[in-house]
Structure formats: C-alpha cells, structure tokens
Design a protein around this ligand. Structure first.
Ligand code: XMP
Length: 506
C-alpha cells in the first residue's frame, strides 16, 4: 500500500482517490503521525498544504526512515519541503502561479514521467516556488513560468512535482501517479470492488462469528451497501431497522422497504411518524430540530434493537472520509450545522461497533454496491439528509406542511428523472418557505406558500455550485407545481453556491 502524509491541502483526498482508481490501496495520515513502516508500505506521498515552508512552524514530517529508503513523491508543498529542508531554497513567486501550464523536458529518462507526452498540460496552484535545488537533485521538467516543475534525486527514489497530478486539469496526471505507484513503488493493482468484497466478507465472518448484528438502514447508498456486505457474511444474523420518521420523501418508506425485502434482507420497518412529529411540534430553530430528531431516532432505534435477542453488534455505514484525521493548519474549524446520522448511538446502546465501509470513499462504496448487485435506483440516489424534510420546512413542521412539501418535491424529482437530468445533478430538493405571497388564479386573489427549488453539483457536499437547469425545464416544473399542488402559488430557484451558502437552508 501507499501512505499519503497530509499537510492539510484541499486536494489530499483527491490524491488518494486517484491512486485507488489505479486499483492500488492507499491511506491518508497526518504529517506528524507517520505510521510504523511495515513491509506492506511500498511508498510515501507528501501532499500539498495551505502553509508555506518558509513560515515559522511550517508543518514538518519526520522522514528519517523514509527518504532514501522508500520511494517518496512530494507534490507542491511536499516538493518544496523536500527542497527547502535538504539544502535548497524556496521563495515567494513573483506572481501567484495558478492554472494551466505545459511541461517541457530535455530527455525522457525520468521514471516518473514515462509515457507522458512532451508539452503535457498540468495544473499549477502555488504561491511559493523552488529557486534552488539541493546539490544531488536534478530538474526533470519545466514549464514557461516554473523552472523546477519536476525533480528527481540522484541515487534515491525521491521525486518532486510542483504541479498537481491529481486534478482533472493535469491531463496525464493519472499516468504520472501510475508510474509512481506501479513502476517505482511496485504496487500490485489488486484493490478492486470484487477483491474488497471477498476480503471484507471473510474478515467480517472471523470478527463476528455467530454473533447477532443490528443495522439502521436509511435508504441511502452507504447503509444499503453495508447491509448487503454483512448479509453476505452472516446472513440471518443481521437484522436491519428502517425507521419512518415522517420526514421522508413521498412514498419513500414503502418503496425502499420493498426493495430491501426483495434483496433478501431481514428488515423491520418502524412507523414512528407520530412520535417524531409530536416531538417537533412548535420547534422552529434549525439546531433544535436537528437535535430533537437525533435524540428521538436514538430512542426509537434503541427500543427496536433491544427486541432482538442477544444482539451484540451495531453496524454503521461510516465511510473513509468520516474517519480521516484532519490536519488543522489554520486552527480548529467551527461547527456550522450539527449533522446527525447515528452519532451517539453506540454509547447509548452498549454494543460493539462494526463499520465495514470505513476504508472506502463514496465512489468506491458505489462500485462495491454494484458488485453486490445493489439496485441502480438505490446506487444512484441523491444524498438525503438524516433530518429529512424537517430542515427543508422553514419554520414550524406540521403534518400538513410535510404533506405539501412531499407533493412539490415529488414533482421536481420526478421531473428531473423523466427529463434525464437526475443523474447529472448531485443533489436536489425543494424548500418550503415560511412566507405567503399574493397571487391571482382565475379572477381570484390567492395568498399562499412560496417554495424554492435547489439543485447542486458537487463531489462531496463540502463545496457545491447551483446547477444551470434549462429554463424550459424550470418553466415546466413551476407550472406543474402551481397547477397541481394546492397551497403553492410561487416557485423560485436557488442560485447560491456553497460557500458562502450551504446546500440545505437550515
Ligand atoms: P450543507 O447544508 O451542510 O449540506 O451544505 C451538505 C450535505 O450534507 C447533507 N446534510 C446532512 N446529512 N445529516 C445528514 O445525514 C444532517 O443532519 C445533514 N445536514 C445536511 C446535505 O443534504 C448535503 O448533502
């Protein structure tokens, strides 16, 4: 496997995903917690960073057992670190170097650049630049603006790249990373969905033996894939619980429950609609809504789970990005929203926790799901927040407002599907606004609700942009909503990106 030491760059996870796409397993570790070097570790990559190597207290890893001993690749900050701390010199660039550039190299002897075409496009994003390399270092590629775009260290398998091979705009970045992990490090390309399923099923069987396991299903990809893996490993010893909190999409509870039962899973559907809605009565503050839903979910789930005799384990669909230890170079981050999934469950339930997906990125979860024959409708489903429609009904939540939003949301989502737009949107939904507006229908004055449509593109929900849906489509959806749903006389489209807005309104 490959180890990526993280210096806090926004691209670190992208490096990891690119390497996984080459079917090579890799892990991200904070730069100051280098893991013990076992024989499985075939190479190390140093990530970029928002810091500068020239700053006092710049992040500095301990490379004593790595540099010169294992293949090592520094990217951006990582490359600057390998120069600055070993006798070279780094200085601020005359102008911030950002964007496309083209590689030029004198000869093609560098193993890192094999099969990469002359003038290949790469992506630069840096404020510092390497002005002098240590003595035994050699420039292997330059661009018009950047003399040291790539380097190699004599008699070592140490390399540096000033540009970002992991980003899409570095058109042959894939080849460069492949050269490193396959040719230089000698990793085998055996990290595939099928091999993941085989090894995980075996290790789950060893770990769980004949124990009983309970899992909370949400209708989303992660919990569904976790359930299928466990089902394959331990069969009937897995019981799934799917809670209807009354805040799901229209017909979602019965539809999803049906598909799970078709897949052979042992699922208990729990109708807790009244319980959730009565606890939410009168609550309008977003955080209070989230916390109430989180608490009630745990209470309902706990009661159901303990009806299973001798249950020992709680399975969760935690994925790799949830457990990567973050490197904080700019101080601790603040809580914007308290996300609830099943956080808090394990402490309350006194069960051991099993997380079969905690090595996977989201795209890998989908591929594993496909290899387990999970239905495409669940595989390609947009993310949906745990608190459901509660955080899309601004102001008080009443059964009538939930029903109204379910109808509007159904028209929008269905429209996206029938127009072939659903799969090109990362997430979509409708927000019921706490305002009434004046309209005219026939000769009558109306005074009814306004709703906002939201559709975003994103890769992980951390940043997002609004989707430029065709006007024609928006016009049709707006007409359909206003004509069909009583109580709505105005439709608006949310054109804010994240940041500075967020995807959900609450
Ligand atoms: P925001 O609104 O923070 O949302 O931009 C980012 C992504 O997270 C989802 N989201 C949640 N998911 N529990 C969840 O499981 C939550 O409490 C929650 N709040 C937001 C949101 O739908 C989007 O995909």
């Amino acid at each position: 496997k490959i180890i990526i030491l993280d210096f806090g760059s926004q691209y670190t996870q992208l490096i990891a995903r690119r390497i996984r796409e080459i079917n090579v397993y890799c892990e991200i570790h904070p730069f100051n917690k280098v893991p013990a070097l076992t024989p499985e570790i075939k190479g190390v990559i140093l990530s970029g960073s928002p810091s500068s190597v020239r700053e006092e207290g710049a992040p500095t890893p301990d490379l004593t057992h790595i540099k010169g001993k294992l293949p090592l690749l520094g990217i951006c900050y990582g490359a600057q670190h390998l120069s600055h701390n070993f006798g070279g010199e780094v200085a601020p660039s005359a102008s911030r170097e950002y964007g496309r550039a083209n590689l030029r190299y004198a000869d093609n002897s560098c193993p890192l650049l094999q099969n990469v075409t002359q003038h290949s496009q790469v992506w630069m994003s840096h404020g510092d630049t390497i002005v002098k390399l240590p003595n035994n270092y050699k420039i292997t590629a330059s661009t018009d603006e950047v003399k040291v775009a790539a380097f190699q260290v004599a008699n070592e398998q140490t390399y540096g790249l000033q540009f970002h091979p992991e980003v899409y705009h570095s058109t042959e970045g894939h080849q460069i990373l492949k050269n490193f992990v396959c040719n230089i490090c000698g990793c085998e390309q055996n990290w595939t969905p099928d091999s993941f399923v085989d090894t995980t099923v075996k290790s789950l069987q060893e770990k769980l033996g004949n124990d009983k396991v309970v899992l909370g299903l949400s209708g989303g990809v992660d919990s569904s894939v976790a359930a299928l893996l466990l089902h394959r490993a331990i069969g009937k010893n897995l019981t799934c619980i799917f809670v209807d909190n009354g805040l799901l999409r229209k017909d979602e509870f019965t539809g999803v429950l049906d598909s799970y039962q078709h897949m052979g899973l042992n699922v208990i559907g729990v109708d807790a609609r009244d319980r959730f809605l009565s606890e939410l009565k009168g609550k309008t503050d977003p955080e209070e809504k989230r916390k109430t839903i989180g608490r009630v979910f745990i209470e309902v789930f706990d009661v159901e789970a303990h009806k299973i005799q001798d249950v020992k384990w709680l399975a969760q669909g935690t994925i790799y990005p949830d457990i990567i230890e973050s490197v904080s170079v700019n101080g601790p981050s603040v809580t914007i929203k308290s996300h609830h999934n099943v956080g808090g469950l394990p402490e309350k339930m006194h069960l051991k926790v099993v997380e079969p997906l905690n090595l996977l990125f989201k795209d890998e979860v989908r591929r594993v799901g496909r290899s387990l024959n999970l239905e495409e409708t669940i595989l390609n489903r947009h993310p949906f927040p745990g608190p459901g429609l509660a955080i899309r009904i601004l102001g008080e939540i009443t059964p009538e407002r939930v029903a109204l939003l379910q109808e509007v949301d159904h028209i929008f989502i269905n429209g996206l599907k029938t127009s072939g737009l659903y799969d090109s949107v990362w997430q979509a939904g409708v927000i019921l606004l706490p305002v009434q507006t004046v309209g005219v229908m026939g000769d009558e004055r109306t005074y009814e609700n306004a709703v906002a449509l939201r559709a975003v593109s994103s890769t992980d929900g951390m940043t997002a942009d609004w989707v430029h849906l065709p006007y024609e489509f928006l016009a049709n959806i707006s007409n359909e909503i206003i004509n069909k749903v009583r109580g709505v006389n105005r439709v608006v489209y949310d054109i804010s990106s994240k940041p500075p807005a967020t995807i959900e309104w609450e």
